[in-house]
Design a protein around this ligand. Structure first.
Ligand SMILES: Cc1cc2nc3c(=O)[nH]c(=O)nc-3n(C[C@H](O)[C@H](O)[C@H](O)COP(=O)(O)OP(=O)(O)OC[C@H]3O[C@@H](n4cnc5c(N)ncnc54)[C@H](O)[C@@H]3O)c2cc1C
Length: 303
């Protein structure tokens, strides 16, 4: 159960991950009912009695959501709201503090003063920014591993795929010893992502479990994924649309000790009033978690 979920959500290696930090609901159910299976059965019986429609879940539900035109709708909407306050193509290089005043040093050579700072960049970028101001925090963030992950998008004419695509796709447990982590049947999840009469299959490769495969050259990667899809789903057609994306640093890995490291960071942050660290490196990698954490922070700042 945990193994394919670790791949599906974190592109992670289940041997090294912290269940408490990655899937806190599993830990909650286990602590309350002594066993995950027993807990899920009891919760299902209770839900049935109460006439609740949604089944109790220990893990993220197998339903994927997005915006109609993709995730960029979210960043476009935020950009529109920020207007001229948004500075694109300008990174923060470092941060200094003088009393309660912070100075951001930007890549365009300018500086910006601020009384409150929220860093939401990836952990390795936050580590660079905090190198002078908070080297202890920077070290913890530097150690957070982001494995490489490749995403292969294949489009086919619908009639060439014989396999039933009614579902979200599949995740591969490590004991199957396959080279891919899983494939999303995008055509069933987001029907507008392929032209009429075509299907889109999106396959994840690499992650912490098999990082080497993610860095293969795009042609080799594509051949390998086609061979795996032939083996697993019986897809023998050649895709007429191929696009591969490589994320050299994909998703932060909440390995054993993650909660302890966060507690240490929280302790160290007490020396830096009004400096807030957030983003997917801390308390949830799913986009929903990032948004929920952002609301939590906004409420602290603007009660
Ligand atoms: C291949 C892949 C598939 C995924 N699929 C899903 C999914 O289906 N569902 C889901 O919920 N989650 C998914 N995730 C995870 C989710 O997308 C991320 O965890 C989430 O988007 C992270 O949001 P974030 O704001 O923390 O970081 P990011 O979206 O990485 O944003 C960080 C921002 O910081 C900026 N930045 C970096 N350095 C600096 C600097 N020095 N100064 C200023 N700005 C800087 C970057 O330009 C970027 O805009 C996926 C992740 C990957 C890699």
């Amino acid at each position: 159960l945990i193994d394919p979920m670790a791949s599906g959500v974190f592109a992670g290696n289940p041997e090294k991950m912290s269940v408490n930090s990655c899937f806190p609901r599993i830990k909650e159910i286990e602590s309350e009912y002594r066993s995950l299976i027993l807990g899920l059965i009891k919760l299902q019986i209770a839900a049935k009695k109460a006439g609740t429609k949604d089944k109790p879940q220990a893990a993220p539900a197998g339903k994927l959501t997005s915006f109609y035109n993709g995730m960029s709708e979210l960043s476009d909407a935020i950009a529109a709201k920020l207007g001229s306050r948004l500075q694109l193509s300008t990174s923060v290089e470092s941060l200094n503090r003088d009393g309660n005043h912070y100075t951001l040093h930007l890549s365009n050579g300018t500086e910006q003063e601020a009384e409150r700072i929220i860093l939401a960049a990836p952990a390795f970028a936050q580590a660079n920014i905090l190198q002078n101001l908070a080297p202890d925090i920077a070290q913890i963030l530097t150690d957070l591993y982001y494995p490489p992950l490749a995403v292969c998008c294949f489009g086919y004419p619908q009639h060439k795929i014989k396999h039933d695509l009614n579902g979200f796709g599949f995740l591969v447990p490590s004991r199957e010893r396959k080279k891919i982590l899983g494939t999303l049947w995008d055509v069933s999840i987001f029907p507008n992502r392929a032209p009429e009469g075509h299907v889109l299959l999106r396959t994840m490769v690499g992650g912490a479990r098999a990082a080497d495969y993610a860095v293969e050259d795009p042609e080799q990667l594509s051949d390998m994924v086609q061979a795996e899809l032939a083996d697993i789903m019986g897809v023998d057609a050649t895709p007429d649309f191929i696009k591969t994306y490589r994320h050299d640093k994909s998703i932060p890995q909440y390995t054993l000790g993650h909660a302890q490291r966060l507690a240490t960071i929280d302790q160290l942050l007490k020396q830096h009033p009004n400096l807030i660290l957030t983003g997917n490196a801390y308390r949830g990698v799913a986009l929903n978690d990032c948004v929920a954490n952002a609301y939590r922070i906004a409420e602290i700042l603007v009660p």
